[in-house]
Each structure stands twice: as structure tokens, then as C-alpha cells.
Design a protein around this ligand. Sequence first.
Ligand code: PXG
Length: 449
Amino acid sequence: MTSAADGSNAPGAKIPNDYSAFWMPFTANRQYKSAPRLLVAAEGVWYTSHDGRKILDGTAGLWCVNAGHARKQIVEAVQKQVATLDFAPTFQMGHPAAFELASRLADMTPGDLNHVFYTNSGSESVDTALKIAIAYHRARGEGQRTRLIGRERGYHGVGFGGISVGGIANNRKTWGSMLPGVDHLPHTLSIKDSAYNFGQPTWGLHLAEELERIIALHDASTIAAVIIEPVAGSTGVLIPPKGYLERIRAITEKYGILLIFDEVITGFGRVGKAFAAERFGVIPDMMTVAKGITNGIIPMGAVFARNHIHDAFMNGPPGMIELFHGYTYSGHPVACAAALATLDIYRDEKLFDRAIDNEKMFGDLVHGLKGLPNIIDLRNIGMVGAIELAPRPDAPGARAFEVFLKCYEKGLLVRYTGDIIALSPPLIMENAEIGKIFDILGEAIKSVK
Ligand code: PXG
């Protein structure tokens, strides 16, 4: 392949001759390196692979490129920023974009989630929010509130805090006791009781009452926070039963326990509003975000905190640092520039409205797969879809992996986890391209035994 349009002349398109040095994250390194799949360029909703093929992006990168790839406005904002102010510290210093972006974000959030603490990833956002929760109680004279409650099948990144409150055995079993004093709610997916729901299931509300049981066991006075993904993404798209988030909110409020929504995936339009908190009408005390905040172009994350959380720290002598926490790159100027340009696109192109407007069409296409071989459940919300396959008894995960490979061969990128295929296309995707996702995926599912 020689033409520039196929991406093979893109910077970095040179095919590596040694794959051994890069120890790849969450990857079967030896399997991957025996038949590498390289992406060398991206534009709009399309990737270009190293063999010059167009690959339709059914996953918005990794749930992050909500406005589509290589958006000129963002690229130019990044170029301008990096040439003007490449780096500035935010410890006892600052730069204008960090303040402007925080105000813009605060305006977008529901309720009084008015304060923004910058991080560089979802994992850092989660660990930051957990630390703020514990510090908040201590600042108010309730330093004994240190317990954290997560949920089975929750994914909160890979920091020690995140894996402790997370609920994925493979992400936990290797690392000993992790954080002490953590408990878990049950997850809310039951294919046996409730399969093929369009949107939110009606079954499963009773599982919120498990929080009462956990509180009775530990006593509310020891519990700092509950953290949940409003829609669990990575573990296969688990959609909250009707009334569930509302009930978790009511219980946490009753006992003075903070509620943290991990919106790393659900934030920035994925479920049809700016945030799942808005979509479901439930306001947490803190919210963690990353991914779509910069459209995936530059790493960035953030924690949004409500007034009462922030204000609890603003005591003591004014010359005192209120929170001993932060990262070298908190509020990095280039990330701030990327985020500001990203928010402009979300607003100007009304991409969150577009996601809610397309929800029915997208959901119908997801559920249109019903009846294809091995499918045992289909789930959807906003611009998220999940196709759950029956695992092969002797090889769990193999079936979905083969579907993933078949899709890639046929020019479509999907995500798989266990035997679940997840879809989360860029919110700009046109109907014809969305249709193509389901044509390719349907064929791939049919071809895998
Ligand atoms: N919380 C949630 C809810 C996430 O989905 C993180 C925290 C961690 O973010 P960082 O930026 O530290 O990776 C995530 C990340 C997948 C997939 O395919 C999902 C994530 C990351 C990689 C792959 O489902 N989510």
C-alpha cells in the first residue's frame, strides 16, 4: 500500500520489526504478537489498519472518541496550545485554560457538582474520589468513616483503590488484601430472570436493598462512600433496573454515606445526556470522568464534587493546603485545550441530543440480532449495546474472541469481554454506518460456531 489516503504513510505507519519490548496492557501479549493488528490512521468513524483496510470504529476507540476521530477543531486547539504554553504547574500556580475548563464543566454537570479536581485517567479519578470521600468525613470530625462499598462486576480502573472497590476477580485476585474495609453490593444482571430488555430492566430493584444489609453489618458510622457505575461498561453493559439508582441514592443519603458515580464511560453523551446522573435524574456527591472529556485525544480525567464536599475542606488557616493530593499533570494545558475544543463540538453539534434521538434506532438494531446463533441476551441504553453469547463449555470467552476477530477481518472494530460483545460507536456516526455495524456483526456471529 502506498497512497497517503490509506493511512500507510501516516506517521507511525512503519510496521515494527520487533514487538517484544512493548508489554501490552490487558492483552494476551503472546497471542497478539503472533498476529498483530495495527491501526495507523483514523478519521471520523473510520480507522485505517496497517494493511490499508478501512475499519469502522464500533467502539469509539475505547469508549472515548465520542465526537469521532481527528476532529480538526481539537487538533488545531492542541497544536496551538502546545506551541504557546506546553506545560505549566498547577501546584501553587495556574494557567487560564484550567480555570476556564473547570467552569465550563461545572456548568454542564447537574445539581451543584460545581468543583473540579483534575487527574489524567479514569483510574486516577477513582482513587482521587475515594480519597476525597475519606478526607471529607475526617474534615467533619467523622474520621472513623473509612469503609468503601463497591459492586460486583464493577470496573473502576486499576489503582489499588479502584481494584479494591471493583468487582472483577481477575483484576483483584493477584494483589493480596488490597484496601482493607471494602464490601460489595451484588450486580444487577440476571439473564435467567430478565433477558432481552430494551433499555432499563424492571427486574432487580430489590437488589438495592442489599445496601441496607451491608450497612446493618458494618454500621453506617464506619462507611465513607458507595461507588458504582450507573451503567457498568467494561464488564458487559449492565443497565440499572428502574428505580435502582434512586433507591441507592435514598439509602446513602439516609445514612450520611457519600455516593460516587463512576461516569468514566457514561459521561459526555454516551447514555444520551451529558452524564448518566442527568439521564437517570440522580445526583451523586461526586462523579468521576475521563475518556470523552478530551474525546480521547489527550489523557485527562476529573472528579466533580458537590459544594458541600468542597466546602468542608475550606476551613483552617487560608495559607494551609486543604487537600494533600494531586498529579504533576493535573490540569495539563494541552489536555485543557483539547477538552475545551471537545466541549465546543459536543455543544455545537448537539451530540448528546443526537445520542438520545438515536437510542431507539440503535436499540432496535441491537435487539434485531435476536435469534442469531448462541445469543442469550441483548442489552442497550443510549449509544451502548451488548450482545451476550453463551460460552463454550470448554472455552469461555473463545466465542466472543472469534466474533471480534471475524468483525475485524470484515472491517469492524468491536470490544469483547468474556463472551459479551460491546458496541459504543462515536456519537457522530451516520445511520448507514450504524447499519453496517450490524450487518458485519450479524454475519460474524452467524459464522462462529
Ligand atoms: N472507571 C470506569 C467506569 C471505566 O470504564 C476506568 C474507570 C479506568 O479508566 P482508565 O482511564 O484508567 O483506563 C474505566 C476504564 C473496555 C475498557 O473495553 C474499558 C475501560 C478501559 C479499557 C477498556 O470495556 N474503562
